[in-house]
Design a protein around this ligand. Sequence first.
Ligand code: GLC
Length: 734
Amino acid sequence: MSVVKENIERLLASMTLEEKASLLVGSGWGSMLSICLLSSEKVEVPGAAGVVHSLGRLGIPAIVMADGPAGLRINPRGKGLRKKYFCTGFPVGTAIACSWNTALAEKVGSAMGNEALEYGVDVLLAPAMNIQRSPLCGRNFEYYSEDPLLSGKIAAATVRGVQSNGVGACIKHFAVNSQETNRLKNDARVDERTLREIYLKGFEIAVKESSPWTVMSSYNKINGVYAQENKWLLTDVLRGEWGYEGLVMTDWTEDRGNTAGQVAAGNDLMMPGIDTQAKHIIDSVRNGSLPEATLDACVQRVLELIAKTARFKGYEYSNKPDLASHAALCREAACEGMVLLENRNVLPLKDVRRVALYGTASYDFMAGGTGSGNVNKPYVVNVADGMSGAGFEVDASVEDSYRHFFRSRKNREKRYVMLGNAPWRALEHDQAEIEQAALRNDFAIYTISRQAGENQDRRVENDFELKDGERRNLERMCAAFHRHGKKVIVLLNVCGVIETASWKELPDAVLAVWGAGQEGGNSIADVLTGRSYPGGRLSMTFPVSYYDMPVSENYPSKGIREFRSSSEAMRGIIDDSGRKDIAYTEYQEGLNVGYRYFCGASAAPVSYPFGFGLSYTEFALSEAVAQVIDGALHMSVRCSNVGAAVGKEVVQVYVSAPGVTLEKPDCELRAFAKTRELAPGESEILEFRLPLSDLASFNPSSAAWEVEEGEYTIHFGSSAVDLLLNCKVNISIS
Ligand code: GLC
């Protein structure tokens, strides 16, 4: 047994019941301020989300946990220019996933983990990796994809990056936290096959490929049992089947009156911690309803976590992380995640200088989302800054109309947002004004923005769909600028999918920039000018209509009350009305999430498919090979740059499996790889090796993962519909 394990055993044996219970309960909500209300310990890192109690008698320090998925969130402290504890606001999770670049995800994770280390944080509460089941989920920007393989691989890379600093990561929210409406009480009702293949699979990949120090159990119920007290989930599956040896903590919530049940289920740590929870544990052990051995198992995992931390090892954190190099990484990462959706001979820009910038986010850029996934950033480079920094002349008159618009808070939407500002309404421009701008400028950029955050879902009207003012602006802009032979570019500075089919033919280019982080304006200028290029591919489907998605039958989209106050927002929409989609949500669509549905013959066409993205060059695939050798599927394919500019391609491997025992989606993403940067004429051979178990489906009848025998078709493609080459392989299990 290791020294640490031996010491932990001895430490455990010397602890009182009260000490054990106090270690399983955080120091309370107050830690987000500057002092723990419970223990009145001074919190070393104000603004951190949570602190685990110290035990001075035993030399156990209080460890610190802080959000979040787009960078460390702590209080910058100080006033005005004296503020100094800023953190880098990286591109949001969706943008990193759209890079399909696990090496990049690991670099970003490492930078985030370094800021946690140097600011004295022991566990970074990231990555967030729930499946983007519906475009309306308010936290989709924090999440990665509609697909569990892409989610799991990006999450695992992020975890490896964070933990390379000796700081813990926390994969969250385990599990099936795919809606924000009534999130504290919603019961997600999912059949086991769908649960395993879609909603747990990403977490399984992350656990097995990156060993996260911690997992955060989610607020919601799964098939009637709260995740926080779900023994099947937290002990049988997570630990028993997947071999997870780390710690499980709750999401931040009140005392639900069943702390002993949470401990018994394998939830080790109650966060942020309410003192009644410790009392509940003590009483339960004393009355025999909670075996002390069960308690000890949880205490042991908390001690093991503490023993891993830099704080326990006496690291002297500097409070001076290298924010400059992280900003440069932020700028590069955003370009890799930007997805070029339309380009009619306009990008990269040539021979133009004067630009009319429309859209509030051109001047007040959405670097990320709101809620715990927000970051206190030192600055945000908006589109105007980025374009003028790149030498363009931004039309002053158009800019002034926005500066004037920003002066009145009435121009913000009337809703309360947790940890962030309510978004701006659309500023509408009349035809004459746009006509004048078309004469003065060489081209126009229209930044369409959407913002969301935890605790609240999006709506269909005026959110997923364009707002009226936006459509009129776009129509007027394109008419006027095109009349003068000038181009219009649309940027999607959005928190997730919006409707695009009804307007995407109007402008000359559409570029999804997402929540591109604090360097967003510079990254946009880099891509538009060709200093960089759009390296992203969609990690989710853009449907023609929200209602084309099966999930639209079972998701709250109408009559969702907006928060009216901060307290209401902090509490969230708690609704005990027993209503469908509110009290419970039926995942009736099963596996038919995203491309798994839209690739089916009977599905409606989409506006942009999963995996899609244009480049400034062209790629071709050749020499595709697939064969089963020693019980594994070996594949290779050559990707060549056959265009006239540098670029990186994402080669996606989809598999169509025989559906004899179990019905299967027409195709499923089973592997992917991004090429290095290829110059025109260069090529790279990408090789894949998949254990046959990666092709398995979960059979609820046998409660086992099964690989069906028969003929499999292996598709090599550049999106879920652009399946360019395919091979057939026969798989027999005997
Ligand atoms: C929030 C979020 C979770 C976050 C935690 C601490 O409510 O659900 O993602 O890490 O509380 O801020």
